[in-house]
Design a protein around this ligand. Structure first.
Ligand SMILES: Cc1cc2nc3c(=O)[nH]c(=O)nc-3n(C[C@H](O)[C@H](O)[C@H](O)COP(=O)(O)OP(=O)(O)OC[C@H]3O[C@@H](n4cnc5c(N)ncnc54)[C@H](O)[C@@H]3O)c2cc1C
Length: 379
């Protein structure tokens, strides 16, 4: 890829992924229950080798994967991304035993992973999390902890097979006192319930009632869990933007087709300058977002010091742009777009949440400004 265009091989791969998502994955998604984990869909993602790609790809490849799947099937995109989010901490910080036990099943789409950071009292301010890990000398030769508290808005909960859980072991205040644990779903004291969201997103809450965990369940080192969470989010942040770009491109293409064919006032909608100019604006903003996402992913892959700023800009612009594009796509389609089951009715529900999760737009602006002023101070 150059700074401005994908290479032929990358374009071809994206084309194959778009076809796969429309032809094989969409029918599986349609058979699933909205808001619930779709295991046949995950198994298909495993069979196609796409879950494996999440773990071996760089950030750019991950973005192309997410964008292309989102174009044809948002549920497939989300299922894939959530496996990555939940299992990436195991890949990066897990012991050999943890990796061997869990990652093959995640790659095959047999085992469902989840990333459990947010709590009722700690969303944007994740370092304020309160889930307590209290020392329990009775477990294992080296002692362990018992987890007590609640996690909320956890994608794939309560149906996941294991959770990457961030809890307060208290080595230090704030972020320094957080430890990451791998908690299998069948641990005694762990329960959960599904939450019904606007988007068809599998999500729920988890309740921990003295759940036992031992040193072998720690991901990385005690007191270093916040770093594990941030490493994962840094990789995934530009790719949330890619998900948004995939949705924007799907909405744009649907709008081009619709306005070119819909008869009105003796011609078609596209003959009206107000319509054509709106489509031009949608296309231009989508392209700008796409390029910013690729640039952020490229910065991550080259180990650039600019990753925090670029990733935040990409996520911010792409998610806000997708909202703009999908909203105007609905407008230019008229009533038909609001009919239950229409692509745009679906995208209208899907496009809202990414502006909130993995750092709300306001949080991204704060990161961008902080990085800009840090650069000024360093000059
Ligand atoms: C569909 C979906 C899936 C999710 N999946 C997961 C998951 O798998 N794992 C997980 O751990 N969490 C998950 N979350 C939770 C998500 O990470 C939180 O919703 C997010 O961090 C925001 O937290 P909050 O909702 O508590 O909002 P709050 O933190 O209460 O913020 C509310 C609003 O206040 C404003 N705001 C907040 N902070 C600032 C600031 N610094 N400056 C200016 N304005 C600010 C923003 O407008 C923000 O939207 C998911 C959420 C959704 C919607």
């Amino acid at each position: 890829m150059t700074g401005f265009a994908l290479g032929v091989d990358e374009e071809e791969w994206c084309g194959r992924l778009r076809a796969l998502s429309a032809q094989r994955l969409r029918p599986l998604a349609e058979k699933g229950e909205p808001g619930r984990v779709n295991r046949p869909l995950l198994a298909a993602l495993g069979e196609e080798g796409l879950l494996e790609r999440v773990f071996v790809s760089g950030a750019l490849e991950l973005c192309l994967l997410r964008e292309s799947l989102a174009y044809g099937c948002t549920e497939a995109e989300t299922a894939l991304a959530l496996q990555g989010l939940g299992a990436h901490p195991v890949l990066r910080a897990g012991s050999a035993a943890q990796r061997e036990r869990w990652l093959p099943g995640v790659r095959e789409g047999r085992l469902v992973a989840a990333f459990a950071l947010s709590e009722p009292g700690a969303g944007s301010d994740a370092a304020a999390l309160a889930l307590a890990a209290e020392r329990d000398g009775g477990i294992g030769p080296d002692g362990g902890w018992r987890l007590t508290g609640e996690k909320r808005w956890i994608s794939n909960a309560p149906e996941a097979d294991f959770y990457t859980v961030f809890a307060r072991t208290g080595e230090n205040p704030g972020a320094g006192g957080i430890t990451a644990f791998l908690v299998p779903a069948d641990r005694p004291g762990l329960t959960g319930e599904a939450l019904d969201m606007l988007s068809p997103h599998p999500i729920g809450s988890l309740s921990f009632d003295g759940v036992p965990v031992g040193p072998e369940d720690v991901l990385g080192e005690p007191g270093r869990g916040f770093r594990v969470a941030m490493d994962t989010l840094n990789l995934f942040r530009p790719s949330v933007g890619a998900f948004a770009v995939g949705m924007a491109r799907a909405a744009l293409d649907a709008t081009l087709a619709h306005t070119a064919g819909r008869g009105a006032f003796g011609g078609v909608l596209a003959d009206l300058q107000a319509v054509a100019h709106r489509v031009a604006e949608m296309a231009t903003r989508t392209e700008a977002a796409r390029l910013l996402v690729y640039a952020a992913a490229g910065a991550y892959d080259s180990g650039s010091a600019e990753v925090p700023r670029r990733a935040a800009m990409a996520k911010l612009l792409a998610t806000e742009t997708a909202q703009y594009v999908v909203d105007h796509a609905v407008q230019l389609h008229g009533a038909v777009a609001l009919q239950r089951g229409h692509l745009l009715e679906h995208l209208y529900r899907e496009v809202r949440a990414p502006r909130i999760y993995e750092g709300a737009s306001e949080v991204q602006r704060t990161i961008i400004a902080k990085e800009l002023y840090r650069e000024v101070a360093a000059r």
